[in-house]
Each structure stands twice: as C-alpha cells, then as structure tokens.
Design a protein around this ligand. Structure first.
Ligand SMILES: *Cc1c(COP(=O)(O)O)cnc(C)c1O
Length: 470
C-alpha cells in the first residue's frame, strides 16, 4: 500500500476529529444504552476481510455509521453503572496527540518525552494522594493489573525474607505465604492472586460489616509471611476498611499491606473526603485506576509501591539489546514491556484540573450521589449503604421488584444503572464517577428512576409474571 499523501492524511484526521466531536455533542440527546436498531446494525461488521486496500475515510465513515450508535453512552453525563468515568476533553486531546506520537513507553531510549511525563505524573500522584516520597511505580491497564503488580512485589519481598527466590525458583516447594482479604474483596484481587500462583481458594476471608468493611476484630494473627489486602472504596458501598486498626493488629509483624484503591484512594485528593482514607499512606503497595474517577480515556491504572526494590525485582527483565539510560526504565515496574504512553493523559488530567479542580470533581460527584440517595429515600425507597462517597445502593421493595426496576431503567434509556446483590438482597447501584454529570443530569435521571419505580410497582404481580413469560 502506498503512503497516503499529506493532504489525504490531513483530511482523514480532520474527519476523525469532526466525527468524534459530533459524537460527543450527541450524547446529551441520545439514549444511554444503544437502541435495538443500533444493535441490529452491528451485523454490518459480519463480513469478510477485504481482499484489497480500503481508503481510510471509508473505513472511518463505516465505523462511525455502524459503530457509534451501538456504543454505550458512558462518555456522557447519565451513565451510573459499575464505576465508570468519562474522559475530560483535555485528556482526550492529549490522547490523540500521544496517538500521533505512537511512542513505545517501555524504555527511556524509545521515548524520552513519555518517560519524562511519566516521572512527572508519578511525582504529582504521590504528592496529591499524599503517599510516601519513596513510593513510586508504573502505569498499567487498570486496577486489576495494578493489584497484580503490587501483589507480585509483596510475593517477592515476603519470600525473599524467607530465603526463597520466587522469580527464579517459582512457587513449587516455596515456604507458604498467607493472604488475608476482607469478605467483600474485589474479584480483581482474587484474579491477581490466581495469576501469581497464590491461589484464590487458599486465602483467609475476614467477615465484613454492614458496609462491606473488613471486620478488623476478626483478623487472624499477622506475621512476616502474611499479605493483607485492604480496600479503599468498596465497589458497592464506597466504604473504606479501617486500615489504621489493621496496622495496630499487624504491629511490627512485617505483614505486607496492599491497598485496592481503584477509585476510593482518590478521596485523599479532596480535603473534604480525605478523612475517609486516613492511614492508607502507611501501606506497602497501592492499586489505583485513572480511567474511573480521574476521568482519562481507557485503559489506565497505576501500581504504586513503597519497596521499589521488590517491585523492580518482581517486574524487571534483562537482555543484551535492552540499552539502559541513566534514569528510571519504565518496563522495570510493569508486567508489560511495550505499551502506550498512558501517563500522558494522567498528566493532562492533573494539569487540567489542578488540585482545586480535582477536589471539586471528587466532591461534586459525591454531592450528586447524595442527591440521588436523598431523592430516592424521600420517595420511600430504601438506601442500603451510608452514602459516604460516590456510590449509592437502593432497593425498590422486594428482590423481584428491584430487579424489574433496574431492567426497566436500563430499557428506558434516560440513564443507566446496574444491579447487584448486597448482603443477600437485590439492589441497584448508582455510581457517579464522571466529570460530565451535571445537576440537570442528576435531576433528569432521578425523575426517570422515580417514574419507572412507580410504574413497575403499579403493575400487578400476575401481569408482571405473564409479561415475563411472553
Ligand atoms: C474497578 C475496580 C477494580 C478493577 O479495576 P479495572 O480497572 O477494571 O482493572 C478493582 N478494585 C476495585 C475496588 C474496583 O472498583
């Protein structure tokens, strides 16, 4: 294929920018979940790979016509499912430019610019999250890989202390490590433990309280062969484990404390919320998402560790062709070698928001969450959690009615919320994590929730059952 002319490239990139802008403009007016028609349109992709080259403009047009309508409007202001952020315009623009750079962020020699930006972003993160100055780390795809990276460092350190070189010898015949988690541990921690050969079936699960916090009084004895995984921000309730009590129990035992702080750790960047996340700076490793509450494009997470030697031994590789610079080599701190320059958007978000803007984003989304809780509770619906952060759990009568309301809200399209089971009861989760959510979005969505809950409750049971069968 011949190289496209400069003119053709210019037109193509401008077309992409125009289409993207139009897409974002349309988010306010469209349904949050794609329509049935848009979903049916996806069958257009069921065709064979072209025999010969196709012009970039035609590909883009096809992608926009068939793909855009079938996306979920998570970039808009009325998506409250899972824990999903949007993308601040400054981060999207930075992402486009970094896409044009096409830097491989694995080694300093491959991209001095990306490495400099990474170093700066790490320094700022450590500072804004008020973590120890020794703590540093790497940029990964998300909190799952950040949990994996932090726990790999923990595995290294604990076994090295026992005289076992796990990177070289593996786990066969290794001294045992005990892993302690709260009963409401996020599944990504379990996955990371499985990937690391630590097994998610041989862990100690500590019972959780009514907000999903680890009950510290039920912690087993901790020692230098124990990893304790604590949570900053329960995925259902937003609650924080009492990490200070965990340290009190751990004493000087040498237990490694790993924090799954995917979204909750950001609370430390807001003076209003910081009290919730007190004490987490004393941990040994931290997992944080940037694509959730920091509102950068997917995918983006950060693995931080106090013991950088442990992290480096767990992650680094060596080969004669890997030319070393004098500074920090990014691939020594992440599972990946080649990867995109994720720190660019994180740097752009922190630059764009500044300290006050970041605190405002965090506070504002929490305020929206409280407004949802207040409006739903006033209408007589049961709020299951203490709304301390950006998460709300609501129940609409019994399990069956709750599930039907969730399904009807998703079908209605004004907003989108997911269902969950909390303490054995069906509930709807509302997570407000996007910079794009306005007060208007909250009122419109709340109005839809209340209207739909009323309609569903008014449907007699028999008719509901019949409808289900149809
Ligand atoms: C989202 C989340 C994860 C997993 O993060 P990914 O970015 O999806 O890998 C882990 N822990 C908690 C508490 C989360 O909310």
């Amino acid at each position: 294929m011949s190289k496209p002319s400069t003119k053709a490239r210019t037109l193509l990139l401008q077309d992409a920018a125009k289409r993207a802008d139009k897409y974002l403009d349309g988010l306010d007016r469209r349904r949050v979940a794609p329509s049935r028609r848009a979903l049916a349109g996806l069958s257009a992709f069921d065709r064979p790979m072209p025999r010969s080259p196709v012009d970039g403009g035609r590909i883009l047009s096809f992608l926009d016509t068939k793909g855009s309508p079938a996306t979920v409007a998570t970039a808009g202001g009325r998506y409250f499912g899972f824990v999903i952020g949007g993308a601040l315009p400054a981060t999207l623009a930075a992402n486009w430019l970094a896409g044009a750079w096409d830097q491989c962020n694995g080694a300093a020699v491959l991209s001095p610019a990306a490495v400099k930006i990474e170093d700066t972003a790490l320094r700022w993160l450590q500072n804004v999250l008020r973590l120890p100055s020794r703590a540093s780390g790497g940029f990964v795809t998300g909190a799952t890989m950040a949990n994996f990276t932090g726990l790999a460092a923990a595995r290294h350190r604990l076994l090295a202390r026992a005289g076992w070189d796990v990177e070289s010898r593996g786990l066969f015949g290794a001294p045992e490590i005990r892993v302690v988690v709260g009963d409401e541990v996020h599944v990504s921690v379990l996955k990371a433990l499985a990937l690391l050969g630590l097994g998610h079936g041989r862990i100690t699960r500590v019972p959780a309280d009514d907000q999903g916090r680890m009950r510290v009084d039920a912690l087993p004895r901790l020692d230098e062969r124990t990893i304790v995984c604590v949570q900053a921000g329960n995925v259902n309730t937003g609650a924080f484990d009492d990490v200070i009590a965990v340290y009190t129990r751990a004493g000087a035992s040498g237990a490694w404390v790993h924090v799954d702080g995917a979204f909750g750790l950001w609370a430390r960047a807001s003076p209003r919320l910081a009290g919730l996340a007190r004490g987490f700076e004393k941990a040994d490793s931290w997992s944080i998402d940037a694509h959730k509450w920091l509102n950068v494009p997917y995918d983006s997470g950060i693995a931080l560790c106090r013991d950088m030697d442990a992290m480096k031994v767990a992650m680094s590789v060596n080969a004669p062709y890997l030319q070393r610079g004098g500074g920090r080599e990014p691939h020594h701190y992440t599972p990946e070698m080649s990867r995109r320059a994720r720190s660019v958007e994180i740097w752009a978000a922190l630059s764009n928001l500044g300290r006050s803007g970041l605190a405002d984003l965090l506070d504002r989304t929490c305020r929206h969450a409280r407004r949802f809780a207040e409006g739903l509770s006033e209408a007589g619906h049961e709020i299951l959690n203490d709304v301390v952060l950006n998460q709300v759990l609501v129940r609409f009568g019994d399990d069956e009615t709750t599930n039907r309301v969730v399904a009807a809200i998703q079908e209605d399209g004004t907003c989108w919320c997911g269902g969950t089971v909390f303490k054995g009861s069906a509930a709807m989760r509302i997570s407000v994590s996007s910079w794009a959510t306005t007060e208007g979005d909250v009122e419109e969505s709340l109005g839809a929730m209340l209207r739909i809950a009323k309609t569903v409750a008014a449907l007699p049971r028999a008719r509901r059952a019949a409808k289900k069968r149809r």
